[in-house]
Design a protein around this ligand. Structure first.
Ligand SMILES: [Fe+2]
Length: 259
C-alpha cells in the first residue's frame, strides 16, 4: 500500500505539550512506521502559551529530528510545521515570518481555533490566497459550528481551505458525531487525516483505525486519496487537487432549516 501521511503530529521534543524527550519522539516515529506511515509533520504549537516557538526554532528542531531518524535508520520523512492558533494578529505574524508553514513550503498554514472561541477564517483565507497560501483547518471535527453546518464548510472549502480530521475521532465517533463525520466523508468534506499524536503513554499517534473507518465509508481508493496521496502532496509542497464537495443534500437542509 502507498505510505500513509500523518498531517498532524507533534514530534518536536520539549517544544510544546508533545513528546518531552527525543527518545519519546523517536518511539512515536517507530509507532507511525509500524502503521505504514511514510510522511509526517514534525510540528509544535505556535500560540501565546509557547512564545519561544519561532519558525526558526521549529525548523531547527525538525532538522535535528530528521538527523536522528537517519542515524537510527527509521524510514520516516519528517516535515516541519506550526500548529498556529488563530488570532487577530495571524496575518501580521505570517507576514513577519514568525509562523512556520507546513513543510516550510509557504503553501499551507495549519490553523486551530483559539481556546475560547470560533473565528471566521474567510478574511484570513482571502488575504493569504493571492500569496498562494491556503489554510488547513486542524482537527476540524472539534468545531460544532463547522461540523454541523455544511453551508459554512462549503464556503471555507471554496475559499481554498482544507479540512483536516483526526483519525481517532473517525475511529471512535458514535451517535450524532459519527453521523456527522460520515456525512462529511461521503460528501467530500474531508481532505486530510492527522493523528494529533502527542506522546507514547498518552495521545499516542494512531492512524490505522481511523483510516479503516474512512475506507468502510468511502472505499479504499478515496480513503487512500485522503490519507496517502493528498497528505504526501501537502507535506512535500506539491500541487494539491481538491474535488468540489457534493451538493448539499435535502436532509442537511432539513436539519438546518427544519424544512
Ligand atoms: Fe495538535
Amino acid at each position: 500500500m502507498t505510505p500513509l501521511a500523518d498531517t498532524h503530529v507533534h514530534l518536536l521534543a520539549g517544544l510544546d505539550d508533545g513528546p518531552e524527550t527525543p527518545d519519546v519522539a523517536l518511539a512515536m516515529c517507530r509507532t507511525l512506521v509500524s502503521q505504514g506511515v511514510g510522511y509526517v509533520t514534525a510540528l509544535a504549537h505556535q500560540n501565546p502559551d509557547y512564545p519561544e516557538n519561532t519558525a526558526d526554532r521549529l525548523r531547527a528542531a525538525a532538522t535535528q529530528l530528521a538527523v536522528a531518524l537517519r542515524e537510527k535508520k527509521i524510514p520516516l520523512s519528517v516535515h516541519p510545521a506550526g500548529e498556529v492558533m488563530l488570532s487577530a494578529d495571524t496575518l501580521d505574524e505570517w507576514r513577519s515570518g514568525a509562523l512556520m508553514s507546513v513543510g516550510d513550503h509557504r503553501q499551507w498554514l495549519l490553523v486551530e481555533m483559539p481556546h475560547d472561541g470560533f473565528l471566521d477564517v474567510l478574511p484570513l483565507a482571502g488575504a493569504l490566497r493571492p500569496e498562494g497560501v491556503g489554510l488547513i483547518i486542524a482537527h476540524a471535527e472539534r468545531y460544532p459550528p463547522l461540523l454541523d453546518d455544511p453551508v459554512l464548510t462549503r464556503e471555507w472549502i471554496a475559499a481554498g481551505c482544507l479540512i483536516q480530521v483526526t483519525a481517532r475521532a473517525l475511529a471512535e465517533a458514535e451517535g450524532e458525531e459519527e453521523n456527522a463525520l460520515r456525512r462529511w466523508a461521503t460528501d467530500g468534506f474531508i481532505h486530510l487525516l492527522g493523528s494529533d499524536g502527542h506522546g507514547i503513554d498518552r495521545r499516542r499517534p494512531e492512524l490505522t483505525a481511523g483510516f479503516q473507518r474512512l475506507t468502510k465509508w468511502i472505499g479504499r481508493r478515496h480513503a487512500e486519496g485522503i490519507a496517502c496521496a493528498r497528505g504526501e502532496a501537502v507535506l512535500r509542497g506539491e500541487p494539491v487537487v481538491v474535488p468540489p464537495p457534493a451538493p448539499i443534500r435535502r436532509s442537511w437542509l432539513a436539519r438546518l432549516f427544519g424544512a
